[in-house]
Design a protein around this ligand. Structure first.
Ligand SMILES: [Zn+2]
Ligand SMILES: [Zn+2]
Length: 403
């Protein structure tokens, strides 16, 4: 996706020109700095358009391979080479089934917009203004902590601070990360995939998995049904037409893609079984009690349902059916977070939830069935907050700068 247009910063020269510096005699002084700014913004526009075009190259590459494989399999192998009518019909029907599912899931992965955090996570105008004026990071953290008070977030930065995106000016929901390519915060971001020219995250992770599964099945089916004719090619059993070269390359391409896709698909199956994203597999999420690589894991079946949903009939179709809203996730570690364990679910303070109708008790209710004893939770007492207000340096309060 193309990066959104960034506001061009005013040229430093224009500031000095307008601040009373003597101007050279003769006309044209007013056309200088604005002219430069215009040409700079035009250059920026051209660069962004070029980047946008380049970002579609991998998708076009896959689309061209797919188009060629269709021609090679359907026209050259099935129609022109196969003699047995039964085999021809069976191969054509099965091929088109896999082809359609592959295309459908690929299309949905590419064109499903990634979901961004809802407005509850954005800082209010007053908070933003306060942050801009306040240079001390401790006070920043205090403001963020207040902004995040009623939000269903359990993860923290490496240093224990509230996860904040200064680019989008929002408190990051759990499992949300800022994508430097899309220049946006993406809910449950998995990774930015150049092959689909899109961010893979909460909104399209199921589609991405199905895309891997159907593309693997597509390649395996082609390789299996082409194997017999591939052997004939090497034993001179095929007529000397151009079809024989399509048959040979088709087998090589299908076998090669099958190997790479099976390892990628296997890896993502493992991630689903552990309820991890690719980013979380590289860097485990950090909760208030510390890092926990299985912090979001609820057991194999529940982990599977998180991605595929409750309706079994939708599991194999690229139709959205994942559980949750992408902003909050059940975790079995909630009780290690003392602040959260007594807040929005309403056990100790049932009125608190009334202020935040968008986040009902679902995530906590789910997780409180797994309550654990707490010995090492982060407890932020009013004394420590007071200390921060006085400007005492606290390494736990540095902001996360995550891309
Ligand atoms: Zn962001
Ligand atoms: Zn992205």
């Amino acid at each position: 996706m193309a990066a959104p247009a960034k506001p061009s910063a005013p040229a430093p020269a224009s500031t000095s020109a307008s601040s009373g510096a003597p101007r050279p005699s003769g006309g044209g002084s007013s056309a200088g700095p604005p002219g430069r700014a215009r040409s700079r913004s035009r250059a920026g526009l051209v660069r962004r358009r070029c980047q946008w075009l380049l970002s579609w190259v991998p998708v076009l590459f896959i689309a061209s391979i797919l188009a060629w494989s269709y021609y090679a399999y359907v026209a050259q192998l099935c129609i022109l080479t196969m003699n047995n009518i039964g085999e021809k019909v069976m191969c054509l029907i099965t091929y088109h089934l896999f082809f359609m599912m592959f295309l459908w899931s690929y299309w949905k992965t590419i064109f499903t917009l990634p979901m961004n955090p809802s407005k509850e996570f954005h800082l209010t105008y007053a908070h933003k203004e306060f942050l801009e004026k306040e240079p001390r990071s401790e006070i920043h953290q205090e403001i963020l902590r207040r902004a995040a008070k009623d939000l269903p977030i359990y993860t923290r930065t490496m240093s224990g601070a509230i996860r904040y995106c200064d680019r989008c000016q929002l408190v990051k929901p759990d499992r949300c990360h800022h994508c430097s390519v899309c220049d946006k915060c993406i809910l449950k971001m998995d990774h930015h995939c150049p092959w689909v020219n899109n961010c893979v995250g909460f909104s399209n992770y199921k589609f991405f998995l199905l895309f891997l599964a159907y593309s693997l099945l597509y390649c395996l089916f082609i390789a299996a049904s082409d194997l017999h004719y591939f052997i004939k090619f090497w034993t001179n059993g095929l007529p000397d037409t151009q079809a024989k070269f399509h048959i040979m390359f088709l087998f090589f391409a299908a076998a090669m893609f099958s190997v790479s896709l099976s390892s990628l698909f296997g890896y993502h199956c493992w991630l689903v079984s552990k309820n991890k994203s690719t980013l979380e597999a590289f860097r485990a999420p950090i909760f208030r009690h510390g890092m926990d690589k299985n912090g979001f894991s609820l057991g194999f079946t529940k982990n599977l349902l998180q991605v595929f949903g409750d309706e079994k009939k939708l599991w194999l179709l690229p139709i959205f059916s994942s559980q949750g809203d992408g902003c909050s996730f059940p975790t079995c570690l909630v009780n290690q977070d003392l602040e959260r364990a007594v807040s929005p679910a309403g056990r100790s303070n049932p009125n608190k939830n009334e202020n935040n109708p968008h986040f009902p008790s679902k995530p906590l209710r789910d997780s409180q069935s797994h309550l654990l004893t707490d010995t090492q939770s982060w407890t932020e007492t009013s004394a420590s907050i007071e200390k921060n207000k006085l400007g005492t340096s606290n390494p736990a309060l540095t902001m996360e700068n995550e891309t």
